[in-house]
Write a protein that binds this ligand. Structure first.
Ligand SMILES: [Zn+2]
Length: 482
């Protein structure tokens, strides 16, 4: 088996969602305010900071936000004066793999909305029922071709009876795509996720089926490290031209580059080929979720600082074995070379994509890569985006209003009248040092202040319970064998 094909089966799981209705503009004007938040304020759309900012909250929504002089409120309304701290829209992580034992770690990390990128419908239902979960948009099971790393035992055809428990479904024909996407739409998924090894014909049929239901589509077309050059059939240019909504991990770019005659493993990449790919992506209107933190940690595990992340000590413990194992695999010279190819492509592509006006969204892919912390990893992604050429403002926009735009959720990712009152308050200035987003003073979701200590205690209890459950399973297993 080649080294490439032996590579990482990135964990993928997801869930469906409830969440956000579209913007219900401020009937707010007549409602009394419930809370006043004072501080510096990040205007996510304009990309600037208002020094004397305010967010006036009424119920679950923002009644008024911006310069204090532009908003008015009653003196009896409770005020929360955060001084020089910065008020930001609650952050959005566009690519996660959530699980019940760490679903509670997002909100106290300032991540108030997530897009889950692959899960069973049953797990999604559990996640949604968990108190303290962030707002959740999700794909259902991943859709892939008959030969797939997701279904190592062989094809997993659609089965209406067991749909809720299927993490991946095999599509072998355009008719399959219609049947499965009809069923997923019926089940209420928010997104469709297409995976690496679909044929172009089935891929395009799936896009058409999704479009009939008004469902956006994310595609993971594989990277050099995964199977982007060994089995993937659809490249990034094809996917974009066919109307995919987001490209994850810059997947399919290596294959597009190779098909244009380039060598994606070369130390020096051909600017003309890169520009051609970027021009095609820009023309299509596709958005890119590069998961730059992922690429960084695959190329150099533990290179992104994490000790200062919210909840770091708590959530790291359960992953150390997995991280060490993955790091050992990634340390093998042949594997390392593949990860470096991906990183070279990413470094070359991101500034070009930005310059061409392609929307870049922030997604951590947690916990797929080593040392990306379940819950707070979006802060690592912000760090990695800046390291790859985004300004801190662009990185913050990638996790706020650009992310909301990609999600088609006009009332998220901004602090403006009518928006959901999701607010992150951080000490320091993330525009000067992006790592300041980790210095969390307060989080508000839907107009309610989160008790951060209680939220972390809930996470601790959930992790303890999961550990006990896993231990019980191990013991039951050894008893059975005995
Ligand atoms: Zn993923």
């Amino acid at each position: 088996m080649s080294r490439r094909s032996a590579l990482l089966a990135l964990p993928c799981a997801a869930f469906l969602l409830s969440a956000c209705s579209s913007l219900a503009p401020a009937q707010a004007a007549a409602s009394p305010a419930d809370a006043i938040l004072l501080g510096r304020l990040f205007d996510a759309r304009a990309g600037l900071v208002i020094d004397h900012g305010v967010v006036v909250i009424a119920g679950e929504r923002v009644l008024c936000a911006g310069e204090r002089a532009a908003c008015s409120w009653d003196a009896t309304t409770p005020q929360h004066d955060y001084g020089d701290a910065l008020l930001l829209p609650g952050l959005i992580d566009l690519h996660v793999h959530a699980r019940p034992h760490y679903i509670g770690a997002f909100v106290p990390s300032g991540v108030t909305t997530i897009r889950d990128a692959g899960n069973t419908l049953d797990t999604l239902a559990r996640l949604r029922a968990t108190s303290g979960a962030p707002r959740l948009l999700a794909t259902g099971p991943l859709l892939d071709g008959p030969v797939s790393v997701l279904t190592p035992q062989g094809p997993a055809p659609f089965d209406a009876e067991t749909l809720g428990g299927q993490p991946a479904i095999t599509l072998t024909s355009p008719a399959d795509a219609d049947t499965v996407i009809d069923a997923l739409a019926e089940a209420g998924v928010d997104w469709i996720k297409l995976y690496e090894q679909l044929s172009p014909e089935v891929f395009d049929a799936a896009l058409q089926a999704a479009a009939r239901h008004g469902l956006p589509v994310m595609a993971d077309l594989g990277t050099v490290l995964t199977r982007g050059l060994t089995g993937a059939q659809v490249d990034a240019r094809h996917a974009a031209a066919s109307g995919v909504t987001t490209l994850e991990h810059l997947g399919g770019v290596a294959l597009a580059y190779e098909r244009l005659g380039g060598d994606p493993d070369a130390e020096t990449l051909d600017p003309a080929l890169l520009d051609r790919i970027v021009a095609d992506l820009a023309q299509s209107g596709v958005a890119v979720v590069p998961t730059a933190g992922n690429a960084a940690q695959f190329a150099a595990p533990d290179s992104l600082p994490r000790d200062d992340l919210p909840g770091a000590a708590l959530v790291a413990a359960d992953f150390s074995g997995y991280w060490s194992h993955l790091s050992r695999v990634l340390g093998e010279p042949e594997v390392h070379a593949l990860a470096r190819s991906d990183q070279r492509l990413l470094r070359a592509m991101l500034p070009r994509l930005l310059a061409a006006g392609v929307r870049i969204g922030a997604g951590s892919d947690l916990p797929a890569a080593p040392y990306m912390l379940a819950g707070p990893a979006l802060h690592q992604e912000l760090d990695a985006l800046v390291a790859n050429g985004l300004t801190p403002v662009q990185a913050l926009q990638a996790a706020t209003h650009v992310a909301a735009d990609i999600l088609g959720q006009a009332d998220l990712g901004r602090l403006e009248a009518g928006a959901r009152a999701d607010v992150l308050v951080v000490a320091g200035d993330p525009l000067a040092d992006i790592r300041a987003t980790r210095r969390i003073e307060a989080v508000w979701t839907d107009g309610t202040r989160v008790d951060l200590a209680a939220a972390w205690t809930t996470v601790e209890n959930a992790l303890d319970a999961a550990r006990a459950e896993a231990q019980a399973e191990v013991e039951a297993g050894s008893t059975d064998e005995g």
